[in-house]
Design a protein around this ligand. Structure first.
Ligand code: MN
Ligand code: MN
Length: 272
């Protein structure tokens, strides 16, 4: 017995600072999912070549729409999928899309908590004058009070302003320098995973816009996906920038996460 899951691509990078190119992310991840070098099985025993409850909802075609219009479209599409009884796994896109994605989930899952895996806090009040920047989605969500608990893992770029924001919003922030002390994570109610691929070391994931050395391994992030306790109700995988990737390495990592997060959404199985 599995729960229907929809894969939703959001090829949008208008809120990226530094380099753009994340709009090509969903296409590259879909291609990596079909790579002849790998099979379609997740480690949790789901065969994605034969998973009738796993649907591809296609890409949301919003081009370079301004942030407010883009956010409304992302939110409406996501709420539509949830209202059809689907869990939603979204592919970015820059990380600004987490704001409407999580806002949509929060209206449907009261008490929603978020596990945010990233090199960056993404808590800027605004970044270079853009309050919808991919460096700001969690500031918007937290000031709106729509998420009850926010746990960050992989963080290694906090400046004075972001440290203030961590305090202001009561974020549980586990920085990389203390990663060994990360406890077994557990959520009492529904939770959502927002996975920025730059959380992993650029040696593992070079295909991102912002390289931050000293990051997580792929295996450490798979363990978080498999073992974090609670009811996982949605997720996003963001910030793949294929123009900076090497031999599709990062696209293959993202495809692995589609399988591992997808399997957990479909089956509800928690390892350990
Ligand atoms: Mn991010
Ligand atoms: Mn990041």
């Amino acid at each position: 017995m599995t729960t229907p899951v929809s894969l939703q691509g959001i090829p949008y990078d208008a809120n990226s600072s530094a380099w753009r190119g994340q709009a090509a992310g969903p296409g590259a991840i879909r291609q990596a999912l079909l790579a002849p070098s790998a099979n379609a099985w997740s480690e949790l025993g789901v065969d994605f070549a034969n998973a009738p409850d796993f649907h591809d909802a296609g890409d949301l075609l919003i081009g370079d729409w301004p942030p407010l219009e883009a956010n409304l479209a992302i939110r409406a599409a996501t709420e539509g999928l949830i209202d059809r009884g689907h869990l939603v796994l979204s592919l970015g896109g820059d990380h600004s899309i987490a704001h409407p994605l999580i806002a949509a989930h929060a209206t449907r899952y009261p008490g929603l908590a978020v596990l945010h895996i990233d090199a960056h806090g993404d808590l800027y009040d605004d970044y270079e004058g853009n309050p919808f920047s991919h460096a700001s989605p969690f500031a918007r969500l937290l000031e709106a009070g729509v998420i009850t608990r926010r746990v960050q893992v992989g963080i290694r770029t906090l400046n004075a302003h972001q440290r203030e924001q961590v305090k202001r919003f009561g974020v549980e922030c586990y920085e990389m320098h203390a990663h060994e002390a990360l406890p077994q994570l557990a959520f009492d109610g529904p939770f959502y995973i927002s996975l920025d691929l730059d959380a992993m070391d650029p040696a593992h994931c070079p295909g991102v816009s912002h390289h931050e050395p000293g990051g997580l391994t792929v295996r450490e992030v798979i363990r978080l996906v498999h073992r974090t306790k609670g009811e996982l109700v949605g997720a996003d995988i963001v910030e793949l920038n294929p123009s900076r990737d090497l031999n599709d390495t990062t696209a293959m990592v993202a495809a692995r996460f589609v399988k591992e997060i997808g399997a957990r959404l479909l089956t509800g199985v928690v390892v350990g």
